[in-house]
Design a protein around this ligand. Sequence first.
Ligand code: A2P
Length: 275
Amino acid sequence: MDALPLAPQSQAVAKPAIPPAFFGETVTWVHHWTESQFSFRCTRDPALRFVAGQFAMIGLVVDGKPLVRAYSMVSPPWDEELEFLSIKVANGPLTSRLQHIKVGDTVLIGKKPTGTLLTENLLPGRTLWMVSTGTGLAPFMSLIREPDVYEKYERVVLMHGVREVKELAYHDYIERELPEHEFLGEMLRGKLLYYPSVTREAFRTQGRVTTLLESGQVCRDLGLAALSPEQDRVMLCGSEAMNADVKALLEARGFTEGSNSEPGTYVLEKAFVTK
Ligand code: A2P
């Protein structure tokens, strides 16, 4: 009787018990951009609903308990899977583990996405500015693929500031693939203006997003009028320092902050995960 085949369940990897506030989803793709940034995709429960720009609590079961952080969805609401962009911090409680996920692993996805980077939190305007640094790009990756955004705005500007060129996650996708996208291409061609900038090495556009906005350089480069609360709407997502600096710059020009209770001429969210 020593030749009995193994029962299938004896080979299966034990799946963690999923806490009730979460969906347990399966990782389908992982891409490491640099030693400090990666993206991954996972399955999406059909019951998970979200609006472009929102975030959810996501993470892993560790020692039988959920270890989660807020992550903005990179994927648009119409995508049948979910995608996220994360930093990797060697001693970060979550990202030190999350950076090792592989296809087939289980991740926790919070059932209640939320957030303020929503077009409905902004008053009507002509140009929508999305200003990000680092992984603050994430919610804007979802928004630039949301058809509703192009119906509401004549123009969409996406600024992404990073230290080094290799940190420009999704650069090639935005520049090359998106304009050719079967459904979105036509809608966003000529309307989406992508403006990456790099602070610590040579690149075609250099400098902090704050400096580029303050000096008017970005408007000159894109052939746009100076930023004004009459026609421009702004969404910010970056480090606390970046958010505070851009907020001050906008408020000095008469912009007012919008929220889920009252729309304004700009909204902000911090790029959450730093550990
Ligand atoms: P810098 O290289 O001048 O510090 P980080 O990786 O630290 O999150 O930074 C991402 C990008 O955000 C970098 O280009 C960094 O520029 C820039 N940055 C940092 N602080 C601010 C700020 N207060 N305002 C605008 N950009 C900032």
